[in-house]
Design a protein around this ligand. Structure first.
Ligand SMILES: Nc1nc2c(ncn2[C@@H]2O[C@H](COP(=O)(O)OP(=O)(O)OP(=O)(O)O)[C@@H](O)[C@H]2O)c(=O)[nH]1
Ligand SMILES: [Ca+2]
Length: 537
């Protein structure tokens, strides 16, 4: 338990200090008081008033010092803005924290997640003039929510992820044009603009890992180890992070053992006085949207008379796609075949087993130069401990009602998926009214894809180790943005800040005790002074 009251030792030392103070004051009044008769007269008349005045002044000083050290946290808030420019869309997050408690864990929280209307910024290469309108609504929210006098000191960052990574592989100049346009646009706002850049897949994975462990209070657990409310986190291992975006997916965790194979994939951090070696890998083209595009491109070769049966779509569902749209992407071009038509009609058959088989072909496992690989010849240290799965992992599992603790095995998920995929589209469409058609029609594919992805990561027998998470502890959404800001604003120190000498209640108790001792000293001093004056006169 944290000590909030005075301990026996503290009480004894407080009283001891009082006695010494009293003795020195008394001796001072005896030794110097009688040497000057004018002074004696003055003290005899005004002594009590002077002592009372000194006493009150001391109290005021003591309390003023005390209050200045224990100022209410609501007085000085700081803010930070981060734009997550993802492949499918952009979201602006506003974080708020107390300047005084900045080093405590879990105290930065999200006050706004503003979804920018429209697709990801990588699609704006040919319509740069539309960017001001694109960002204006969320920037307006930032101006509204952050007090005006804080605007200038509020940092604003924009991090672009896999959509821009892909564009920069296809045409680096175009990607730079977008970033320049965004830079000049965000610089024109009254905030402290600190850069727009494409973050690497490793950064995206690592910052996501920092975010969830920070919000769960795991990074700084040691400092709280005597607090019963945080006991569950004592000596707890960090959570691994699983992020599934639209164009890339990341896996990040602290491996139990580091081998030669994994060493090159480790990122090292020193946070709150502890060292972490974090394995992280980002698979470009393995995000949800790009995986579906690649699957459609791969299976389009089966088209007969401009149509083919798609097992990952519900029976009765139909979608017509432009072949140009699916072949002309960096992720899918390897599946390009010549077909005598421009469009294909995709008809759902809702066959879960066939869907899984077909998804299998998206993962290359034929070659592994390490002892064990997840897929695409990327080394895979054994997964262990708990994992937090967010972004599309959460959206999909939440929709399928598979996020509960009771869903403890992969078999249960398989069963649910089998039934869901075979449900006719007409039934699905009329049951889930109001759900965006794009999302609704793709949940069968998405759920099956997640199952396969987690199988390749080797979670088959560890399904119950995964927690699907969105907002953590009601503080902030899981994702890379908070970790990015914590790092760039140095909110997480490398070393643990030294503990405060006293907690607030201890501090107040000490003030009260010392004030009472002071009062007693002055009252006694004043009585003794008068007695001695009469005695010597
Ligand atoms: N069902 C559902 N899907 C969503 C929702 N929001 C986004 N998605 C989809 O989930 C996938 C992942 O979304 P995000 O995590 O936002 O992806 P992103 O950040 O744009 O992409 P990356 O740049 O790869 O990280 C994409 O296919 C989105 O279209 C939602 O609210 N519900
Ligand atoms: Ca993302």
């Amino acid at each position: 338990m944290r000590k909030d009251c005075l301990s026996g030792n503290q009480k004894r030392s407080a009283l001891g200090a009082g006695r010494i103070l009293f003795a020195s004051l008394a001796s001072l009044s005896f030794s110097s008081g009688y040497q000057d008769s004018r002074l004696k007269k003055f003290f005899s008349r005004n002594g009590t008033v002077i002592l009372g005045f000194i006493f009150i002044l001391s109290l005021i000083v003591l309390f003023a010092v005390g209050l200045s050290q224990n100022r209410k946290t609501s007085e000085n808030f700081k803010y930070g803005i981060v734009f997550d420019a993802g492949s499918s869309h952009t979201t602006m997050y506003i974080y708020k924290w107390s300047a005084e408690k900045v080093n405590d864990t879990g105290l930065v929280y999200e006050i706004e997640a503003c979804k920018v209307k429209g697709p990801g910024i990588s699609t704006y290469a040919t319509k740069l003039q539309e960017l001001p309108i694109y960002l204006t609504q969320c920037m307006g929210r930032a101006k509204e929510l952050i007090p005006k006098y804080k605007h200038q000191e509020t940092p604003i960052y924009l991090g672009a992820t896999a959509g821009m990574r892909l564009l920069s592989l296809e045409d680096a100049k175009l990607a730079n044009k977008i970033l320049s346009a965004v830079t000049s646009l965000l610089s024109s706002y009254p905030f402290n603009f600190r850069g727009a850049r494409i973050i690497s897949g490793s950064e995206e994975g690592a910052y996501g890992w920092i975010t969830i462990n920070y919000l769960l209070g795991i990074l700084k657990e040691k400092q709280y180890s005597k607090d019963p409310s945080l006991e569950k986190n004592e000596s707890q291992e960090t959570y691994g992070a699983l992020d599934l975006g639209g164009a890339s997916t990341q896996i990040t965790f602290v491996p139990k053992t580091v081998t030669k194979n994994t060493a090159s994939k480790l990122m090292k951090f020193r946070l709150y006085g502890k060292n972490y070696s974090v394995f992280t890998h980002s698979y470009l083209c393995y995000g949800m949207d790009q995986a579906l595009l690649r699957k459609l491109a791969k299976d389009s070769k089966n088209a007969v008379l401009e149509a083919y049966m798609e097992p990952c779509f519900h029976p009765g569902y139909e979608r017509t796609v432009d072949l140009h749209e699916i072949y002309n992407t960096t992720c899918a071009w390897t599946f390009k075949v010549w077909l005598p038509f421009n469009k294909i009609r995709i008809q759902g058959s809702g066959n879960f087993e066939k869907c899984l088989q077909s998804i299998n072909e998206l993962f290359s496992i034929s070659y592994c130069r390490y002892t064990s690989c997840a897929f695409n010849s990327v080394s895979r240290p054994s997964v262990h401990g708990k994992f937090g799965a967010f972004s599309a992992y959460y959206y999909v599992m939440e929709f399928l009602n598979l996020t509960s603790d009771k869903v403890s095995s992969r078999d249960m998920v398989n069963e649910k998926m089998r039934t869901f995929c075979s449900t006719p589209w007409e039934v699905v469409n009329t049951t889930f009214i109001g759900v965006k058609e794009k999302y609704l029609s793709e949940y069968c594919f998405a759920g099956s894809y997640i199952l396969k992805l987690l199988e390749y990561y080797n979670f088959t027998d560890y399904w119950n180790h995964i927690e699907f998470m969105d907002k953590i502890n009601n503080n902030a959404e899981a994702g890379w943005t908070l970790g990015y800001m914590l790092n760039l604003t140095n909110i997480i120190p490398a070393e643990l800040p030294p503990p405060k000498p006293f907690s607030r209640p201890t501090y107040i108790s000490l003030m009260v005790v010392f004030s009472l001792v002071l009062a007693a000293v002055f009252i006694l001093g004043s009585v003794l002074f008068h007695k001695s004056w009469y005695f010597w006169n």
